[in-house]
Ligand binder design. Structure first.
Ligand code: 3HC
Length: 701
C-alpha cells in the first residue's frame, strides 16, 4: 500500500503530505503516519519549519466516517494533534479544497494556516450526529469570535477562505500555487523570527458574553434541531471551552465524542451519508456503461413543473427549450421563471447578470421541431395518459436518434407511455418534486425496456443538476407516492375517528416530520390527491372512509391554501383550526358509523408510519426499490422525513421489526384488517430477528 503520509525537504522546511484518496479522510493509518512523521521531525534539528499539505483534490475532508462503526483505533486524534501542536518549530497548514471536520481541526492544531483562495473550512459534525471531537470545540473559539465559531459549528456550513481570513482562522489567502506559497510563507515567518503559535495557549474570544450567547444558542437549537442530542452536547463542549482550562475542556469534548457515535441519531445520519452515495450504484451496472452526453434539454409544458425543471438545467448552464401548445402558457411560464430568479436577486443570492445569463439559456417555442436538437426531452404536462401518449408519439417523430425521452408523471404507467414510441429503450421516468428548482429529490423510473446507458445518463444528469437521483421501477406512485398512500390514509382515518387535523399534524410534527400531512395537503391543493384517486377509482379499496375527508373538502370546494380553507382556515395567512371542517368530519364519521377512538399521538404516529413501512417492505419484495437505503433517501430528500431518524426503513430497524409486526397484527384486530396485513418480507425478517439493513447486506453480497 502506498504511504498515506510522506515527508519531503525543501531546504530547512519539511513538507508533510497526506495522500489518502479520494478525500484524505483520516483513519488509523493516517493518524499513525502523522504521528510517525512529526515524531521524526521533532528529532531532526535541521528542520526549521513544517508545511502540512494534502495531495489530490482536497485537504483532509474529515475523519473517516466508517471508523465510527468500529471505534477509533490508536493513536487517537488528541494524541496526534497534540504532537503537532507541540512541535518546537512552526507548523503551517496549507489548505485547498474543503477542510472538513477532523481536517479543519487538524488545521486548527497547526500554528499557522494558509489557504488556497478557493479553499473552504467547515465543521459539519452535527450533520452526522456527533460534535467536533479532535479539539475543534476548544480550539475554534480561540481563533475566531465565539459567536462566529458557534455559527460555523451549528450550521455546519463551510466558510470560504477570504471570510475565514477575516474571522482569524486563516493567516494568508494564497493566490498562486499553494505548496510553494506555503513554503514562502514559512520562510517569511522564520525571517521574522516567529516560532510556534499554539492555539490552545490563546484565550477564548468573547468569553465575557458567553453566558448570554450560549443561552440564546440553546434556545435556538431546541427549536430548530428538535429531538436531537448532538446540538446541546456541542454547546456543552463549547461552554467547557469558555469555563475550563484547555485540557479540562478537551476532556469534556472527548467524553461527548465517545458517546455520540453510539446514539441512534448519529447512526441514522451516518447511514444516510453512505445511502446517498449508494443510490448511484446500480447492481449489475459496471463502470463500462457510460452516460450519454446531455448538452441541450427540451421540456414539454410551460406550467409550474416544466418551469421549475427548466430552471434546474439553466442553473447548471445547460440550455433549455420549452415547448407548449399555447403562446399564452409559454409567456406565463417564462415570466414565472424570471419572477422566481428575481426573488433570488432580491434575496441577494444571485446577481442581475446571473439572472440574465440563466434566462438567456431558456427559450420557448410552439413547435415540436424546436426539440430536434435536444439530447434529453422531459414531458411535464398534467397527469393524463391520453395526452402523454400523444406527446410521446410526437416526440418520437422529432427527437434525434439517441435522444432520451423522460416523463415527469408521478403515477402513470410509463411502460404504456414508452410503448407508443419506436424507441422504448430511450424512455424513462424523471419524477421531479414541486417546486422542482428547490426540491432535492429526483425519482428516476426505470421502465421494462430502459437501456442501461439511459439509466446511467439519468443518474449523471441528476448529479449535474445537483439532485439526489434514486432509481425506482414502474408501479403506481413509484417509491415515494406509493408509500405516502397508507400514510395519508391513516392520517385521514384518524380524523374520522375524532382526532382533529391539528392533533394529527401535531403528533407527526412532534415526532419529527417537517410538516403534518394534512397541512401538506392544504399547501399542495386538496383536489390534487382526490383527482388522482378519482382517475383510478375502480382500483381503490371498497371502503367508504378511504380518504373521505379529502373527498369531502374537495366536494365543498375547500381546496386548501389556494381557496383560503381546507383542513385548516388561513385568516391573514395563518394556519388555524377550522371548527366547521372539524364538525363536517364528525358528522361524516357519524353517518359512516365510524367508532370514535380518538387516537392519541402515539397511535397516530404508529399507524401512519407503520403503514408506510409495511408498503416499503412490499416495494423491496417487488423489486420496485433496489435497496432499503434508497427508500430512506427518497423520504429524507423528498418528503420531509427527519434525517436524524434515518428514513422509514432505518427507523423500522431502530424500533425493531418484531415490534412493528406485533403492532400491525394488533391493528388488524382493532382497525380495518384489509390494510393491516404484514408484508411477507417484514414478517420473515421479524421472525428471524433480522433487519432491513441485514437484508440489504445479504442482497448486495
Ligand atoms: N469518511 C469516509 N469516506 C468519505 C468521507 C469521510 N469523511 N468523505 C468522503 N468519503 C468518501 C465517499 O463516501 C465517497 O466514496 P465512494 O466514492 O465510495 O462513494 C468518496 O469519498 C467521494 O466522496 P463524494 O462522492 O461525496 O465526493 P464529492 O467530491 O462530491 O464531495 C466532500 C467531497 C465534500 C469531501 C464530501 O465527500 C463530504 O462532504 N464528505 C464528508 C465530510 C464530513 O462530513 N467530514 C466530517 C467527518 S466527521 C469528523 O471529522 C469527526 C472529527 O471531529 C473527529
Amino acid at each position: 500500500m502506498a504511504e498515506v503520509v510522506r515527508t519531503e525537504r525543501e531546504g530547512e522546511i519539511a513538507v508533510v503530505t497526506i495522500d489518502a484518496p479520494p478525500v484524505n479522510a483520516i483513519n488509523q493509518a493516517v493518524r499513525a503516519g502523522l504521528q510517525q512523521a512529526f515524531a521524526a521531525l521533532r528529532a531532526d534539528p535541521t528542520v526549521k519549519a513544517v508545511v502540512l499539505v494534502c495531495a489530490g483534490k482536497t485537504f483532509v475532508a474529515g475523519a473517516d466516517i466508517k471508523e465510527f462503526d468500529t471505534g477509533i483505533g490508536a493513536p487517537g486524534y488528541h494524541e496526534v494533534y497534540r504532537l503537532i501542536e507541540d512541535s518546537p518549530v512552526p507548523v503551517i497548514a496549507a489548505v485547498h479544497g474543503t477542510a472538513l471536520g477532523g481536517g479543519t481541526e487538524l488545521a486548527l492544531a497547526c500554528h499557522y494556516r494558509v489557504a488556497d483562495k478557493g479553499a473552504r473550512f467547515g465543521l459539519p459534525e452535527l450533520s452526522l450526529g456527533i460534535i467536533p471531537g479532535a479539539g475543534g470545540t476548544q480550539r475554534l473559539p480561540r481563533l475566531m469570535p465565539l459567536e462566529a465559531a458557534l455559527d460555523m459549528m451549528i450550521s455546519g456550513k463551510p466558510t470560504v477562505a477570504a471570510k475565514a481570513a477575516e474571522q482569524g482562522l486563516v493567516d494568508r489567502v494564497i493566490d498562486s500555487e499553494l505548496r510553494s506559497g506555503a513554503i514562502a510563507y514559512a520562510r517569511e515567518l522564520l525571517a521574522q523570527g516567529k516560532g510556534p503559535r499554539r492555539t490552545r495557549e490563546q484565550a477564548v474570544q468573547g468569553a465575557d458574553k458567553a453566558a448570554e450567547l450560549l443561552a440564546a444558542k440553546r434556545a435556538q437549537v431546541a427549536k430548530t434541531m428538535r429531538n436531537r442530542v448532538s446540538p446541546p452536547a456541542l454547546l456543552d463542549a463549547v461552554e467547557a471551552a469558555v469555563k475550563l482550562p484547555f485540557d479540562d475542556g478537551l476532556k469534556v469534548e472527548q467524553a461527548k465524542s465517545d458517546e455520540l457515535p453510539l446514539t441512534t441519531e448519529s447512526k441514522a445520519l451516518r447511514h444516510l451519508f453512505f445511502a446517498e452515495r449508494d443510490v448511484s450504484r446500480i447492481p449489475g451496472l459496471g463502470k463500462e456503461v457510460k452516460p450519454r452526453n446531455v448538452a441541450a434539454v427540451g421540456i414539454v409544458g410551460a406550467g409550474t413543473m416544466g418551469g421549475g425543471i427548466s430552471m434546474c438545467f439553466a442553473n447548471a448552464g445547460i440550455p433549455v427549450t420549452i415547448v407548449d401548445a399555447a403562446q399564452a402558457n409559454l409567456d406565463r411560464g417564462l415570466a414565472t421563471i424570471r419572477k422566481n430568479y428575481q426573488r433570488s436577486v432580491t434575496r441577494g443570492s444571485m446577481s442581475e447578470a446571473q439572472l440574465e445569463q440563466r434566462m438567456a439559456l431558456i427559450s420557448g417555442s410552439l413547435d415540436y421541431a424546436a426539440l430536434s436538437t435536444a439530447d434529453l426531452i422531459i414531458e411535464a404536462v398534467f397527469e393524463n395518459m391520453a395526452l402523454k401518449k400523444e406527446i410521446f408519439a410526437k416526440l418520437d417523430k422529432v427527437a434525434k436518434p439517441g435522444a432520451i425521452l423522460g416523463t415527469n408523471t408521478s403515477t402513470l404507467d410509463i411502460d404504456e407511455i414508452a410503448a407508443v414510441t419506436g424507441r422504448a429503450s430511450d424512455v424513462l421516468g424523471l419524477h421531479f418534486f414541486s417546486p422542482a428548482n428547490v426540491m432535492q429529490l429526483l425519482e428516476i423510473v426505470q421502465c421494462a425496456k430502459t437501456s442501461p446507458d439511459v439509466l446511467v445518463t439519468a443518474l449523471d444528469v441528476a448529479k449535474k443538476i445537483k439532485k439526489t437521483g434514486v432509481v425506482a421501477k414502474v408501479c403506481y406512485g413509484f417509491i415515494g407516492n406509493r408509500m405516502m398512500d397508507p400514510y395519508g390514509r391513516e392520517a385521514e382515518r384518524c380524523v374520522l375517528e375524532g382526532a382533529t387535523p391539528a392533533e394529527v399534524d401535531g403528533a407527526l410534527e412532534k415526532w419529527g416530520m417537517a410538516m403534518g400531512i394534512l397541512a401538506v395537503y392544504d399547501m399542495a391543493g386538496i383536489d390534487i390527491g382526490h383527482l388522482t384517486r378519482e382517475a383510478r377509482k375502480e382500483l381503490l379499496p371498497k371502503d367508504p372512509s378511504f380518504y373521505r375527508p379529502t373527498a369531502l373538502l374537495t366536494e365543498k370546494g375547500w381546496l386548501g391554501q389556494k381557496t383560503g380553507r381546507g383542513y385548516y382556515t388561513y385568516p391573514e395567512g395563518k394556519r388555524t383550526p377550522d371548527a366547521e371542517s372539524i364538525a363536517m368530519f364528525a358528522a361524516e364519521a357519524k353517518r359512516l358509523a365510524i367508532p370514535q377512538r380518538k387516537p392519541d399521538a402515539t397511535e397516530i404516529v404508529e399507524r401512519c408510519l407503520y403503514g408506510m413501512i409495511n408498503e416499503g417492505a412490499l416495494l423491496l419484495e417487488e423489486g420496485i426499490a433496489l435497496r432499503a437505503s434508497d427508500i430512506d433517501v427518497v423520504y429524507t430528500a423528498g418528503y420531509g422525513f427527519p434525517r436524524y431518524r434515518g428514513g422509514p426503513m432505518f427507523y423500522a430497524d431502530s424500533v425493531g421489526l418484531a415490534k412493528i409486526v406485533a403492532r400491525i397484527e394488533e391493528f388488524a384486530k382493532t382497525l380495518d384488517p384489509q390494510y393491516w396485513q404484514p408484508a411477507p418480507l417484514l414478517k420473515k425478517l421479524a421472525a428471524a430477528g433480522s433487519s432491513f439493513a441485514e437484508y440489504q447486506k445479504q442482497q448486495t453480497k
